[in-house]
Design a binder for this molecule. Structure first.
Ligand code: PHE
Length: 340
């Protein structure tokens, strides 16, 4: 290889390398190979002295051009790499993406939906009624006479209206009356909703809570149908092992009245802290709709009979999930909400 050929060979190498220099390390390699005092270009410059005189002008010109190119390429690349420092930080495209956080339904809503689905599968429709209710529907039509001590069971928030007639409903039972007023039997409905009671707030009671009411009115409905329906519900909601029992009770708007218990989910009936040693958990009130209530709502009690039941959602959810303080359901602490 004569001198000119050596210059051309080096020029090819340098031109081929420059476009692939994309990191500071490669650029430094380039500098050390070509641009330092002991590098390829300087070596050729030094051997230029030995080139025959007639070749010198052409070869020297080529070599100079190469030197200039290599130096400019170096400073240009250095400039680019300095400018784009952020871009050369390697990006790991295999890292999992950051998840956008999605909300979900509150455990009370989930429980209410689950109970609603079970009764819907048994043929019940879903009804609603107002949360600001009048005294008539909340109490009087349900056979609570004015000043009757049964009203004490439900400490009421009254509205400051001139007629003194409105209140926050203390249960979902007024919707029984509203449904019977607007619909002829057969009726089979449930009423999920929010209710209010002026209770001292504690681990067991809160001033706001939710209930699901059930109502069935038709010819020939008897207490066994009530028991069968609730038994079927309990089996689906609490699981097949859940045994239920009915205890006599009192509500002004049902006769006879009962409360239904299920075997304690925690101890399986042996008795524990949750069931206070009894082995049973109270879950709902129920009974045959009182003939006076049917008559108040314009339904003939001689022809029709029916049953009603009502259960608290918070209580049901607390028993199902082992929550021991009702207040945490209303604090909206994400650490709690995310668990359900
Ligand atoms: N409304 C009653 C309560 O809140 C529950 C109930 C509903 C009882 C329907 C009997 C029938 O305590």
């Amino acid at each position: 290889m004569n001198f000119l050929e050596q210059v051309i060979a080096l020029s090819r190498e340098i031109h081929a390398t420059v476009p692939s220099i994309q990191t500071p390390e490669l650029l430094e390699e380039f500098r050390l190979r070509h641009l330092v005092r002991k590098g390829t270009i300087q070596a050729l410059v030094e051997s230029l002295r030995t080139v025959p005189a007639e070749e010198k002008p052409v070869a020297g010109k080529e070599l100079n051009a190469l030197k200039q190119y290599a130096e400019e390429a170096y400073s240009q690349l250095k400039q680019n790499l300095d400018d784009n420092k952020a871009d050369v930080v390697p990006v790991d495209i295999t890292l999992p993406a950051r998840n956008a956080e999605r909300g979900h339904l509150h455990v009370i809503t989930q429980t209410m939906d689950e109970i609603t689905r079970i009764f819907a599968s048994l043929g019940f429709t879903v009804e609603e009624g107002p949360e600001i209710e009048d005294d008539y529907h909340n109490f009087e039509a349900l056979n609570f006479p004015p000043d009757h001590p049964a009203r004490d069971m439900q400490d009421t928030f009254h509205i400051n209206d001139p007629a003194g007639k409105y209140l926050l409903r203390t249960h979902t039972s007024p919707v029984q009356v509203r449904v019977m007023e607007r619909q002829k039997p057969p009726i089979r409905c449930i009423v999920p909703g929010r209710v209010y009671r002026n209770e001292a707030i504690s681990a067991r009671s809160y001033s706001i809570f939710h209930q699901i009411e059930g109502l069935a009115i038709d010819e020939g409905i008897n207490f066994s149908e009530l028991q069968g329906t609730l038994f079927s519900f309990a089996k689906q909601f609490y699981g097949a092992e859940g045994v239920v029992r009915f205890r006599p009770s009192f509500f002004p708007f049902t006769e006879p009245s009962a409360e239904m218990d299920v075997t304690c989910y925690l101890c399986g009936g042996k008795g524990c802290r949750v069931c206070k040693g009894s082995g049973w958990l109270e879950i709902l009130g129920c009974g045959m709709v009182h003939p006076k209530v049917l008559a108040n709502a314009g339904i003939d009690p001689e022809r029709y009979t029916g049953y009603a039941f009502g259960m608290g959602i918070e209580r049901t959810a607390m028993l199902k999930y082992g929550i021991d303080d009702i207040r945490i359901l209303y604090e909206n602490d994400l650490r709690v909400l995310r668990q359900f």
